[in-house]
Design a protein around this ligand. Structure first.
Ligand code: T46
Length: 135
C-alpha cells in the first residue's frame, strides 16, 4: 500500500474592509481532484469520531468555524493537530488513522474528498489498519 505524509498547510487570507475571503483550488492548494464535499457540525465537545483510515481517499480538513483537534496515527508517528482557523488545511492521507475530537460548539469541519463515498474504502478495525499499513 502506498504511504504518504499528511500535512498541515496554511493558506492566505484575502481581506479588505468588507471582511475576509479564503480560496481553495484543486491541484493548487489541494493536491487532488475534489470529488466530494461534506461538513461535520453540531458535534458535542465530548464526542470523538472517525476511528478509521482509508485505502484510497485523500481528504482536506478545514475548520471553517470554531475549532477541533485531529489525532493522526500513521504507525510510525502519532500526533495531534489543532484546526482553529479557516486558513489551516490538514491534508489527510489515506494511511493515517484519524480521530476528530474536542469540537467547539460552533465548530463546522469542512472536508474535501478525492473520492465519492464508498464504505468499502474505510478501514475501521485498528488491527486491520496495522496489517495494511504497518509493514
Ligand atoms: C473521514 C472523516 C474526516 C455518507 O452517507 N456519505 C458520506 O460521504 C459520508 C462522509 C458519510 N456518510 C454517512 C455514513 C455514516 O452513516 O454518514 C454517517 C456518518 O459518517 P462517519 O461515521 O463515517 O463520520 P466520521 O465523522 O466518523 O468520518 C467522516 C468521513 O466519513 C471520513 O471519511 O475521514 O469524516
Amino acid at each position: 500500500m502506498e504511504k504518504r505524509s499528511s500535512e498541515l498547510i496554511n493558506i492566505n487570507e484575502l481581506g479588505d474592509r468588507r471582511g475576509l475571503l479564503t480560496v481553495i483550488e484543486e491541484h493548487k492548494t489541494i493536491p487532488f481532484e475534489i470529488k466530494r464535499v461534506f461538513y461535520i457540525y453540531g458535534t458535542l465537545p465530548e464526542v470523538r469520531r472517525g476511528y478509521h483510515a482509508h485505502y484510497k481517499t485523500r481528504q482536506a480538513l478545514i475548520c471553517v468555524s470554531g475549532s477541533c483537534r485531529v489525532h493522526l496515527d500513521n504507525v510510525k508517528r502519532k500526533t495531534d493537530v489543532l484546526l482553529d482557523s479557516p486558513t489551516k488545511v490538514l491534508i489527510l492521507e489515506p494511511n493515517d488513522w484519524h480521530e476528530m475530537y474536542d469540537f467547539s460548539p460552533d465548530s463546522v469541519l469542512l472536508v474535501l474528498s478525492s473520492h465519492l463515498y464508498d464504505p468499502e474504502d474505510y478501514i475501521r478495525d485498528y488491527n486491520k489498519f496495522i496489517e495494511v499499513y504497518g509493514a
